[in-house]
Design a protein around this ligand. Structure first.
Ligand code: FAD
Length: 395
């Protein structure tokens, strides 16, 4: 049986970052990465549409942490030790200059994830591909690792960075059930879906006491866009428990309230009494959406002068508190992460080591950590991979 100081299970973002740090900072250690696929870093390659949005601009870590519905508290310490700033420095020092887009997302200047992969592999970590791990069992002051084909390895320390997978169930760690995060909502509301293609720049979407703001796109099946992805993530467990059947509310004007909108409509009635209410939206909404809202308020045939206070209040209610039944979810094509995984309670976030099994470490999405879109998920993988690598170097 081959023996190693450290075996890393999973050659994804977290595992390969840990391998790179170990190869550079502790080259005297014998480290092996076991990867089940034919090549490491498969997800990094396709991330961000092949461009790899590897982190997000950060001027205030507290704000940055708000993008982690799971892991927000636990990542405070780790981000102080190796956060977005250190990530940018690391990649730039490894020949990957980065650019920050207007929305705060950071990409390689070259616009290709291949450069990120090249940097991660530059220290030549030892990788064994086509090697799916089935079992990890404590033995001889370390662990025995068994592959699907029966091959056995021994390692003094093991880092699990598989992103998920069934084999984590045998590790003796508590696990939070896995449910999807970052998805779009379906709706049976045909009046809304008939408007597919319309984008509203800044809405507030709420459900079950949770709120998210941002752009919203109406699709053939429901709603999509940043506000929807955020709400899907904030309430990932709630929506799963409800079997993705719940009521959401849309404020098409973000944080303007009904009273403010009512006042605007009244003022508009004074100004343009003879115009039809459907002609254009005095509150800046797309015309087709506005027409639908006036129809829901029962006044699409009227001129402004014909609208009573009650009519205008109904229209303000449709504008600020649109009731949307949600009847399922759809996978978001660009990014898909899982909520759930190894419970954070039994992990020491200074070292990423299990509190139950000394010598067993965890990093990346296999943990019950997940974030919004924008580079935050990869950041969690780099950070936890780095911390685990530094802790594993200590004897
Ligand atoms: C299409 C897509 C686009 C994305 N784009 C972005 C983005 O632009 N920015 C961002 O921040 N996040 C993005 N994400 C999310 C991000 O890619 C993940 O959060 C991140 O890759 C997690 O890293 P990880 O190392 O924990 O897991 P993974 O990257 O999933 O790596 C796990 C590795 O372990 C291997 N493995 C699994 N089980 C075993 C086993 N039993 N034995 C051996 N090996 C095993 C897998 O083959 C894999 O290579 C995207 C995700 C997807 C799917």
């Amino acid at each position: 049986m081959s023996s190693y100081d450290i075996i890393i299970i999973g050659g994804g973002a977290a595992g390969m970052f840990a391998a790179a740090v170990l190869a550079e900072e502790a080259s005297e250690l014998d480290v092996l990465v076991l990867e089940k696929a034919a090549k490491p870093l498969g997800k990094v390659r396709i991330s961000g549409g092949g461009r790899c949005n590897l982190t997000h601009a950060c001027s205030d870590l507290r704000e940055f942490l708000k993008s982690y519905p799971r892991g927000q508290r636990e990542l405070i310490g780790p981000f102080h030790r190796f956060g977005p700033k250190e990530t940018v420095e690391w990649f730039e020092a490894h020949g990957v200059p980065l650019v920050t887009l207007e929305d705060g997302c950071l990409f390689p200047q070259s616009d290709t994830s291949e450069d990120v992969i090249r940097a991660l592999l530059s220290a030549n970590p030892k990788i064994k591909t086509h090697s799916e791990v089935l079992r990890v069992t404590p033995s001889n002051n370390g662990f025995t690792i068994e592959l699907k084909d029966g091959t056995l390895f021994h390692a003094n320390k093991v880092l699990v960075a598989t992103g998920g997978g069934e084999f984590i169930e045998g590790l003796g760690q508590p696990i939070e059930p896995c449910v999807p995060s970052l998805f779009t909502f379906n709706t049976p509301d045909k009046t809304l879906t008939s408007l597919s293609g319309i984008v509203v720049e800044n809405v507030t979407l709420s459900a079950a006491g949770l709120k998210a703001s941002g752009a919203l796109l109406i699709t053939h099946q429901g709603i999509s866009g940043p506000a929807v992805l955020r709400l899907s993530s904030f309430g990932a467990r709630k929506w799963a428990e409800a079997n993705y059947q719940f009521e959401a509310r849309i404020n098409w004007l973000n944080n303007q309230n009904e009273e403010q909108v009512f006042e605007k409509l009244l003022a508009h009635r004074e100004k343009s009494p003879q115009t039809k209410v459907t002609t254009w939206s005095p509150v800046g909404l797309p015309q087709r959406l506005w027409k639908m809202l006036t129809a829901r308020a029962g006044i699409e045939e009227q001129k402004w002068v014909e609208c009573s206070h009650k009519n205008l209040r109904r229209l303000a209610a449709q504008t600020c508190d649109y009731l949307l039944p949600v009847s399922g979810r759809n996978r978001h094509h660009e990014e898909f992460v899982t909520c759930g995984g190894i419970s954070l309670k039994e992990i020491d976030f200074k070292t990423m080591e299990s509190k139950r099994t000394p010598g067993l470490y965890f990093a990346g999405e296999v943990l019950d950590i997940d974030a919004l879109t924008g580079g935050f998920n990869l950041q969690a993988a780099w950070t936890t991979g780095c911390l685990a690598a530094r802790a594993m170097q200590q004897s």
